[in-house]
Write a protein that binds this ligand. Structure first.
Ligand code: ZN
Length: 734
C-alpha cells in the first residue's frame, strides 16, 4: 500500500542549482581560499543536523552515500529495472535521496513532517542486494539496512512529525524525556547561566533506579573538567538540583566538530581583517571547549565585520526545531558579494539623484540628500543545515543584538531562484509568455531588486515636527497634491512611521518600494546600467511587469479567509498592485478562469505590453503618489482606507478572488530543493564544481562532498549513532 501523499515527496520534486558561478569567479584567489575552507567547515558541521533530526537519519545518510557512490543513478537505474522496479519507483528513490540530503534528514525542514520512500520496502531491499555497494561490502550494507529499514518507513503516529514525548520524534532529547523533564532542565540551565544552544538532554536510570540527567555539550574535547580560566570551569560535573542528579558532560559530535575547527584554522590564514581572525579564533574555542560564551565573543567580532566580500556564520544557531525551543540546530554558510551586481547597484546609486527627482511626487516630498539604505545582497556558495532561507537576521543572542548590533542579509541567488521553474510547471501564463518569462525573469528580477531596495526604500521624506515646535518642511507653502491644499498633517514629536501605520506599515512600505521598481524600470538609463538595450530592454521591462501581476495572483496563497488576514507583507503588496492595474481597465491586465489541460480549474494572467506606457505607468504613477503623500503627511486614515480596500479578498464578480485563491493553492508548487556546488583545492587554486538541477545532480553533489575522508567519516558517524541508539530504544549491531 502506498503511503499517504503528505508523507512522500512528489516524483517531480522541483530542484534548482544555487548558482554562484559569476560571483565566485570574481573573487580574488585569497578570497576563494577563505571561501573554500569556510565551506569545508560548514559542510562538516552540517552533518551534525543528521544527529539532531531523528535516530535513524545518520545511518540512512551513510546507506544512501554508499549506494550512490558505488553506482551513478544511470547505472543503478539498469539494476532497478532488472529487479522489477518501475520507472516511477526508481524516480521515487532518487527523489527520496535528494530530498533527504536537502533536508539533512528524513523530516522536512519546512513543516517538520516525516517523508518516506515512495517505493516499497521489499523492492528497495531487492535493489540493495543487487547493487554494486552490496557486492563490495555485503555485511556492511546488510547491517546498515537492519538499522534503518523499520524507521525509514514507519509512519506510527509519534514518528510522523518532530516533537517531544508522545508528540513526536526529537533527538535533542532521549526518547524517554517529557516536557516536564525539559522544563526542569531549563530551570537548571538558567540557574547556572548555561546556554542550551549547543546541548542535548539524555535521561538515564542509575543502578538504584534513580533518574539521572545528562546535559551534553557539543565540543571537540571530551574532558569532564575545564581549566580555571574557562567560563565552563564551574559548570561541568555533577550537580543536585531540586532533588535530581544532573551531570553536565562534553564531547557531543566531537569527531565532526574537530573537522570544523581544523578548517576554521585553515581559513584564518586567508581572513581579510582582524575582526574575521578574532571571530574565527573564538568560534574555534567555542567548538573546542563547548563554550557558547566564546561563540558570543566571536559573534561580536562578526557583527563588527561590516560589508565583507565573503560573509559567513557558523554554529548552533536557530532553535526552531527543538520542540522546547532553546537548542540550536547546526548551521554554517558562506556567501559572497556579487561584485558585478554590486557595481551595477553602485551605478544606480550614482544616478539616484536624477532618478529620484523623476518619481511622481513634488520635490518637498523628497529627502534633502539621498541616503543609501543599508542593503547587502549576497550569493550563497555553501549553506549547510536543514534548509536554506532567503534572508537572515543574526545573531540570535539578544544581549549582543542590543549592545553590539546585528546584520541583515539578503541572499540574492536563493531569492532569484524562487520562481524560476521548468516550462511545463510554469503556472498561470499563456504559452507565448512562457518563453520570454523564462529567459528574462532573472535579469528583470535583478533590476527590480536594485530599484526596490535602493530607490524604493531609499526615497521619500516624512514631514516631522520636532520637540521645539519646528518643522522639517515649509508648512506655509507645501501643497498636498491629493487635495490641492496646504499640508495639514505630519508626525508629531515622538511619533514614528512604524508606530503610526502599525499593522499596515510593513506591507504598505513594501508596496511603495515595489511600485518604485515598476515605475522606474521603464527608464532607458536604468536598463542600460543593468546592461539591457533595445529589444532586450523591452523584454526585461515587460517581464518585470508581467511577473508583478503573476506574483499578485500567487500572493493569494498567503491570505487566510477565515481570519481575513494577510500573512506575508510582500505578497499582500503585490496583490494590491495587481488590483490597481486591473482597476486601470482597457484590458491592460486580464485574469481568465479556464479548465487546465489536466481537467482541473486553472487561471491565466495576461498583461498587454503595448499599453505599459499608456495605461500601466499612469496608473502606478497616480497610486505611488498617493502612497507617498499619505506616508509623508502621516495620514494613516486615508492610507488605511485605500490600502485595506485594495487588500480585500472577496468572491464578487468579475474577479472572484476567493475562487482564484483555491486555484492558486491547487496549483502551488512543492518547495524547491537546492543543489549546491563543491569547491576543490587543486594545488593553490580553488575550483567550483557544478551539478545538474535535478535529483541526480543533487545526489552527485553530496556524494562528492568529502573526497578525502568519506569512509573514515562514515565509520565515525556510525559509531556516534550507535553509541546513542539505546536512548531511543534501538539496537545497533555493527
Ligand atoms: Zn523591501
Amino acid at each position: 500500500m502506498a503511503p499517504p501523499s503528505q508523507y512522500v515527496l512528489p516524483n517531480d520534486l522541483p530542484v534548482a542549482l544555487l548558482d554562484c558561478e559569476e560571483a565566485f569567479s570574481l573573487l580574488s584567489s585569497e578570497e576563494k581560499l577563505y571561501t573554500h575552507f569556510m565551506s569545508r567547515a560548514s559542510f562538516y558541521g552540517g552533518l551534525i543536523v543528521l544527529f539532531q533530526t531523528s535516530p535513524e537519519s545518520p545511518a540512512i545518510y551513510i546507506l544512501l552515500n554508499r549506494i550512490f557512490r558505488a553506482q551513478k543513478p544511470s547505472a543503478l537505474h539498469e539494476v532497478a529495472l532488472a529487479q522489477g522496479l518501475t520507472e516511477d519507483e526508481f524516480q521515487a528513490l532518487l527523489v527520496y535521496a535528494a530530498g533527504f540530503f536537502a533536508n539533512m534528514g528524513n523530516y522536512k525542514s519546512f513543516g517538520d513532517t516525516k517523508f518516506v520512500p515512495n517505493v516499497s520496502k521489499d523492492k528497495l531491499e531487492k535493489l540493495l542486494r543487487a547493487s554494486d555497494a552490496f557486492a563490495k561490502d555485503p555485511e556492511g550494507i546488510e547491517s546498515l539496512w537492519k538499522i534503518v529499514e523499520e524507521h525509514m518507513y514507519s509512519l506510527e503516529p509519534r514518528e510522523r512529525q518532530l516533537g517531544l514525548g508522545d508528540q513526536g520524534i526529537s533527538t535533542y532529547f532521549s526518547g524517554n524525556c517529557t516536557i516536564e523533564d525539559a522544563k526542569l532542565i531549563q530551570s537548571f540551565l538558567d540557574s547556572k547561566n548555561l546556554s542550551a544552544y549547543n546541548t542535548r538532554l539524555f535521561k538515564n536510570q542509575d543502578e538504584g533506579g534513580r533518574t539521572k540527567y545528562e546535559v551534553r555539550l557539543a565540543s571537540v574535547t571530551k574532558e569532564g573538567t575545564a581549566d580555571k580560566s574557562s567560563d565552563l570551569s564551574s559548570l561541568l560535573g555533577s550537580f543536585e538540583f531540586e532533588g535530581h542528579e544532573i551531570v553536565v558532560t562534553r564531547g557531543d559530535y566531537s569527531a565532526l566538530l574537530l573537522r570544523v575547527r581544523e578548517n576554521l584554522e585553515k581559513a584564518k590564514a586567508y581572513a581579510s581583517n582582524d575582526n574575521q581572525r578574532k571571530m574565527l579564533e573564538e568560534y574555534g574555542r567555542s567548538f573546542q571547549e563547548g563554550s557558547i560564551q566564546a561563540h558570543k565573543e566571536g559573534s561580536k567580532h562578526w557583527v563588527q565585520d561590516k560589508g565583507p566580500i565573503v560573509e559567513s556564520y557558523i554554529g548552533f544557531i536557530e532553535s526552531y526545531r527543538d520542540p522546547f525551543g532553546s537548542r540550536g540546530e547546526f548551521e554554517g554558510f558562506v556567501a559572497v558579494v556579487n561584485k558585478l551586481v554590486s557595481a551595477r547597484f553602485a551605478q544606480l546609486v550614482s544616478a539616484a539623484e536624477s532618478l529620484v527627482a523623476s518619481l511622481p511626487w513634488p520635490s518637498p516630498y523628497e529627502k534633502d540628500a539621498f541616503l543609501r539604505p543599508d542593503f547587502t545582497s549576497l550569493d550563497v556558495v555553501t549553506f549547510s543545515g536543514s534548509g536554506i532561507p532567503a534572508g537572515i537576521n543574526i545573531p540570535n543572542y539578544d544581549d549582543i543584538r542590543q549592545s553590539v548590533g546585528f546584520k541583515n542579509v539578503s541572499l540574492g541567488n536563493v531569492l532569484s531562484v524562487g520562481s524560476i521553474t521548468q516550462r511545463e510547471k510554469l503556472t498561470f501564463l499563456s504559452e507565448e509568455d512562457k518563453d520570454v518569462f523564462i529567459e528574462y525573469r532573472g535579469p528583470s528580477f535583478e533590476v527590480q531588486v536594485g530599484l526596490h531596495e535602493l530607490l524604493g526604500h531609499g526615497s521619500g521624506k516624512l514631514f516631522v515636527q520636532d520637540t521645539k515646535g519646528g518643522f522639517n518642511f515649509d508648512k506655509d507653502h507645501v501643497i498636498n497634491p491629493e487635495t490641492g491644499e496646504l499640508v495639514k498633517s505630519w508626525y508629531k514629536p515622538g511619533e514614528t512611521w512604524d508606530g503610526k501605520f502599525s499593522t499596515i506599515a510593513s506591507s504598505y512600505e513594501e508596496c511603495r518600494a515595489e511600485c518604485v521598481g515598476l515605475y522606474l524600470c521603464v527608464n532607458e538609463e536604468v536598463l542600460r546600467i543593468f546592461g539591457h538595450e533595445s529589444q532586450e530592454a523591452q523584454d526585461v521591462l515587460y517581464v518585470n511587469w508581467l511577473n508583478m501581476v503573476r506574483a499578485g495572483l500567487m500572493g493569494l496563497e498567503f491570505y487566510t479567509p477565515e481570519t481575513g488576514r494577510w500573512r506575508q507583507a510582500h505578497m499582500q503588496a503585490r496583490f494590491v498592485i495587481l488590483r490597481v492595474l486591473l482597476e486601470a481597465g482597457e484590458n491592460f491586465v486580464t485574469l481568465t478562469q479556464k479548465v487546465g489541460s489536466d481537467g482541473r480549474p486553472d487561471v491565466q494572467v495576461t498583461l498587454d505590453r503595448s499599453k505599459i506606457m499608456s495605461v500601466g505607468r499612469p496608473a502606478i504613477q497616480k497610486f505611488l503618489q498617493r502612497l507617498q503623500v499619505y506616508k509623508s503627511t502621516a495620514d494613516v486614515d486615508r492610507a488605511r482606507e485605500m490600502y485595506d480596500g485594495y487588500s480585500k479578498v472577496t468572491d464578487s464578480k468579475p474577479y472572484e478572488f476567493l475562487t482564484l485563491r483555491d486555484i492558486v493553492i491547487l496549483r502551488k508548487e512543492e518547495r524547491k530543493s537546492f543543489v549546491q556546488i563543491n569547491t576543490r583545492l587543486t594545488g593553490a587554486a580553488v575550483e567550483a564544481l557544478r551539478y545538474d538541477s535535478s535529483p541526480s545532480g543533487l545526489i552527485q553533489s553530496v556524494i562528492e562532498r568529502f573526497p578525502d575522508d568519506e569512509e573514515e567519516l562514515e565509520s565515525l558517524m556510525l559509531a556516534m549513532s550507535c553509541a546513542d541508539a539505546h536512548f531511543w530504544g534501538k539496537e545497533c549491531s555493527r
